[in-house]
Design a protein around this ligand. Structure first.
Ligand SMILES: Cc1cc2nc3c(=O)[nH]c(=O)nc-3n(C[C@H](O)[C@H](O)[C@H](O)COP(=O)(O)OP(=O)(O)OC[C@H]3O[C@@H](n4cnc5c(N)ncnc54)[C@H](O)[C@@H]3O)c2cc1C
Length: 216
């Protein structure tokens, strides 16, 4: 890796969260399709949303491409660094923050997996319908970015039908919330949330979501 990039990243990011050895980078070369491989210059695993914000601000100053990656099961190349630069692996943002039994919503961080959410909702007799068949490993961040769906979509719809709100760190490091537990547009005139769902990691990094759930 370019030594300037490495030293800048290590100044911003906590110890052990910047990967640059070839053997470490090899695991990030491709996605679920495996059609082509591209090695990133570095992989960063932010410890929390604050570190994600600092990283995106820094990478803008460094003028390097940034690729957001959840579980890497995409079949269309989205989490692969086709032009090098930094892969941001979201795997540390995996808390389920709130489950509202009465309000039929939950608040989750972006790297919660579908099966992790399903297990937590089961205890409350609730159910989150979108079910891509990569569910045991894929993340909600990847699901929202790809507007994923599975067999349940014929009856219940796809991910976009369940996103009430989201928090996103834009590529300049600014943070925005669109919608929330009650859905809607928040303070905004336009429904930016709808633009974000299905944006395939091109507009920013989602950090958390408010999702609609149903009785099981
Ligand atoms: C065996 C298998 C079965 C599959 N079955 C289905 C299926 O039934 N239905 C279906 O729709 N898809 C399916 N897929 C495709 C894939 O699993 C889904 O698109 C899934 O939503 C990707 O989630 P992920 O966490 O792996 O995201 P990744 O592959 O890591 O990323 C996918 C895209 O989302 C972006 N992204 C990831 N996290 C964030 C974030 N926090 N903020 C912003 N952007 C982000 C990435 O930049 C990338 O563009 C399948 C894949 C495999 C390998």
């Amino acid at each position: 890796m370019n030594p300037t990039l490495e030293s800048q990243l290590k100044r911003t990011i906590r110890r052990g969260r910047v990967l640059s050895a070839p053997a470490q980078l090899a695991g990030y070369n491709t996605d679920g399709l495996g059609y082509k491989t591209f090695r990133p210059d570095a992989v960063v695993i932010p410890a929390d949303a604050e570190e994600m914000i600092a990283l995106l601000r820094e990478s803008r100053e460094l003028n390097v491409p940034v690729t957001i990656r959840g579980a890497g099961t995409s079949l269309s190349g989205g989490p692969v660094a086709a032009e090098g630069g930094i892969v941001v692996h979201t795997s540390s943002l995996k808390k389920i923050r709130t489950i509202s039994r009465e309000g039929f919503w939950c608040e989750v961080e972006c790297s919660v997996t579908l099966s992790q959410l399903d297990e937590a909702l089961r205890a409350h007799n609730l159910f989150y319908p979108p079910d891509p068949s990569s569910g045991p490993v894929c993340t909600l961040g990847g699901n929202v970015a790809m507007n994923a769906g599975g067999a349940h979509c014929f009856r219940y719809g796809v991910t976009s039908n369940y996103v009430l709100g989201l928090e996103v760190v834009m590529l300049d490091g600014s943070v925005h919330r669109f919608g929330g537990p009650a859905g809607g547009r928040g303070d905004w005139h336009e429904d930016w949330k709808r633009l974000m769902v299905g944006s395939e990691g091109t507009l920013g990094a989602f950090t958390r979501f408010w999702l609609r759930v149903l009785p099981r």
